[in-house]
Design a protein around this ligand. Sequence first.
Ligand code: FES
Length: 348
Amino acid sequence: MSQTYSICLNTQDGKEISFDCAADENLIDAAAQANITLPAVCHEGNCGACHGHCKSGEYEQKSHSSGALSEQDEEHGGILMCRTFPRGDMIVEVTSDLSHITSGPVPEPVCEVLAVDDMGGNVCRLLLKVLPDEQGAINAEFEPGQFMELEIPGTDIRRAYSISNAPNWSGELEFMIRLQPHGKFSSWLLNDAKVGDQLNTKGPEGSFLLHQAGIAPRRFVAGGTGVAPMLSMLRQMAEFQETHESHLYFGLTSEEDLFAIDEIEELKASVANLTAEVCIWKPTATWQGFRGSPVDAFKRDLEADLAKGIKPDVYLCGPPGLIDAAEKVAEELGLPHTSLFSERFLPG
Ligand code: FES
């Protein structure tokens, strides 16, 4: 029988939760056996959803994608819990609050397609409605920033997408999905999806959430459809009339990629202290907005913020390259890593 070690998770809200893990078991599976559901999607070291930080203890980290966990992060104790096998007792820091670490299985509601719309920029808006379960309950509670796994009808192929609307009582879930040339989910959306279709889903999951404590200004740095969870957060801020001074940096490669501009304009009108900037990396000569990456624009403002003694909470969502670059900027300028919250989007 393999040796068993004690794993203690330190949650974002300063709580602790412990479970045992055998040397031949990964942390996610061991937690599940103890009825603790940690955020995880692929279970293969590819998505980064199970990211944590080892504060003490020995472990072995099996192969994984560098997009999900960079070498630099790994050197600083970053781990993917689905690829981590203990070699001693461990203390692991996770970015979830204790209330987001669910006991028991993640809900798997069946949903109906309400709308499939072209948003421009090769992005599709998929609107779903959760159908009542056997007890007649509609399980569509989520927190802005979380994602759902959606299954292509008639297959067991699932993809994870962030929810872009605000929590609601009508059970509606909105997603903004970039159409990938050979993507299986994209082909279903383009060729087969129609209003009234039913699909299996799983979630909500994930711990990329608004940090509610304090009144620190908020900076949202998004690449492409990485803006979706931020729209959810901002829509909730509008509903709750939150007054944090906030700025959205929305990065796209070219003007042809523009989407969600009307939604952002609406939010600028409804969130008390929100400003927003669309950053085009390869603009045409006529582009009037920011020319460069959202990380460039973020760097310009972070320098000014820190010079004034302002330490914003920073939300990052998009491809791994964007997140690594923004984290590097924050580290170089001296913003503590506890002020950074991120979600990586990997192609799939
Ligand atoms: S669940 Fe661990 S990397 Fe995807």
